[in-house]
Design a protein. Structure first.
Ligand SMILES: [Fe+2]
Ligand SMILES: [Fe+2]
Length: 270
């Protein structure tokens, strides 16, 4: 598995790619096969699968909502062009999970799965980082704006996309590998993951450039990354306690740490 991002694609190139690659339609994935597989899971197994899907859904809705702050304030036009495609794609990712619940799992109250360890990082803190960009925009202090944009990118692209989502995809890979079930779920995940690759390349390039130009931002960004590393075991436990699907908790946790280390390297912090 490669989690590498490259600084070889400009925002304009990523925008061009998104125009042809980011237009897949979640509504066109035929989920019938997965509906049959769902019937074969027991109640506890269903609960574990729903938990992961619900957290993904809530995360996708949150990133769709908050990215507008970043797009509004980032100075370069070509970045804003790319970010407009990213917002569209994040909305579609949420739509995929919404449809998966409707057609495969049935009615799901996704908010019931928002335990503090996930609600903070995925929703509340991300929204606060967006609002900090808004406050910096209106107070006219450029230093505040640069730092708030940088912390937003570290949180959104570095942690939520670059550690949590990338690690979460492996859960679905393992599920199909172990059970031979839910191929259509993985089909959607693969399409989402391809979109996320562009988001990550753009976001990590932005973060590295900001830290090169403003070395004084490195300390708060490093602090953010280290705090999130400390949360990895607890967040992994939540997914695997209990673990009726019998997937490999330790493998997922190792991937999480590897993703974290790679994001820090890409940001120039390792
Ligand atoms: Fe997404
Ligand atoms: Fe994304």
């Amino acid at each position: 598995m490669s989690t590498a991002t490259h600084s070889t694609k400009s925002p304009r190139q990523l925008y061009s790619m998104a125009k042809s690659l980011g237009i897949w339609d979640p509504a066109k994935i035929d989920l019938t096969e997965d509906t049959g597989h769902w019937q074969r899971l027991n109640r506890e197994q269903r609960e574990q699968l729903i938990k992961v899907c619900a957290l993904f859904y809530e995360g996708e809705v949150s990133v769709s909502d908050t990215l507008a702050w970043f797009m509004l304030a980032v100075p370069e036009l070509e970045r804003r062009m790319f970010l407009s495609t990213q917002i569209f794609e994040e909305v579609k990712h949420a739509e995929f999970f919404e449809r998966y619940f409707q057609e495969v799992c049935g009615t799901v109250d996704t908010t019931a799965y928002l335990v503090p360890e996930y609600k903070g990082v995925l929703l509340d803190e991300l929204r606060q980082r967006g609002e900090a960009i808004g406050a910096a925009l209106t107070n006219g202090k450029n230093g505040d704006l640069g730092l708030s944009l940088t912390l937003f990118a570290a949180h959104y692209m570095g942690v939520v996309e670059g550690v949590m989502a990338l690690t979460g995809y492996e859960f679905f890979e393992d599920l199909l590998a172990k059970t031979g079930m839910f191929p259509r779920l993985l089909e959607g995940i693969k399409l989402i993951r391809a979109d996320e690759g562009r988001h990550l390349v753009h976001g990590m390039d932005y973060l590295r450039e900001q830290l090169e130009q403003h070395p004084e931002y490195a300390a708060p960004v490093r602090e953010l990354f280290m705090r999130e590393a400390a949360n990895i075991p607890r967040r992994t436990d939540i997914i695997f306690t209990p673990n009726p699907l019998g997937l490999d908790r330790n493998r997922i946790q190792e991937i999480s740490y590897a993703n974290h280390a790679q994001r820090m390297r890409e940001a120039g912090l390792a």
